[in-house]
Design a protein around this ligand. Sequence first.
Ligand SMILES: [Zn+2]
Length: 327
Amino acid sequence: METKYGFTKMSLAEFAMWLSGLRVSRTVVQIQHHHTYNPSYILFNKSNHFERQKAMRDYHINSNGWADIGQHFTIFPDGSIVTGRNMEKSSACIYGQNSKAVCIENFGNFDVGKDVMTTEQKQCIIEVTALLCSKFNIPVSTDYIVYHHWFDLSTGARNNGTKNNKSCPGTNFFGGNKVLNCQQNFLPLVTEKIRGSIKTDASKVLKYVCVSTETLNVRILPNSSSPKAPEGSTVQLGAILRVYQEKEGWLKISGSNSRWVSAKYTIEATRAIINATTLNIRTGPGAAYPKDGSLSKGQIVFVTEFRDSWCKLAMEERWLSKNFLKF
Ligand SMILES: [Zn+2]
């Protein structure tokens, strides 16, 4: 492992070790694949990982006006992985899809006729996806493993690449950027990698909560004078946390470690699965309110408020009809 400019570069083996020890409080239910497009292979000289990563961060901050680099990881042509944004923070990669996602940028331009993906990078992409699926119990399915191409650029609505989309992660990414290409070419490789190795979280999740303050401290014991957790000592506004135990106004948010947050700065969230082919999102609790995007069957949402037969998405002024949700 090597660190520079606040980024860590890892081999696949190092990444597997690092990820197994990583505690992530934020609930991750989606893995996104992107390509960097520009920079493409021609700008990689086998030793400038950190410089390229820093250039992307500079661009995201200075040109896009973001707080940090958009992605959580970049996978390079030589099969190494460089960390980006902290895993406790939402990515900035697909409009409207970031709060529950881990965002992977694959270095290169994988449109037809452009960069030909190296074997090392291919293996790394498959294995990192498999490791993340195991870590976060994410099913190997195009409901959860997604390509940027499947989302409308302006609304973030999933339309599987039918209108107003980027080609990202490339029209030749594992043989194509369509849902069917992913199902036929990419997911079987991921499944093969994790076969028999998925571990389920033994501890039972009592409920979910959404962080309702800018920054919330994570402590070792359920009281405000307890030391903060050594790793990941805070969680951020909008993060969805799993609750394993409740004690006098405190919530235990790890199944395996003693990690607590004050319940005062959270609101209860309910996990639901979209149970309609397409479900409209509306700006208020009723069918008469304007449409503001849509979700498709199998997608997971967290809702924090119920009004008649409508419920509100966590941290957003956007509502869904309860009749098409499975709780
Ligand atoms: Zn993208």
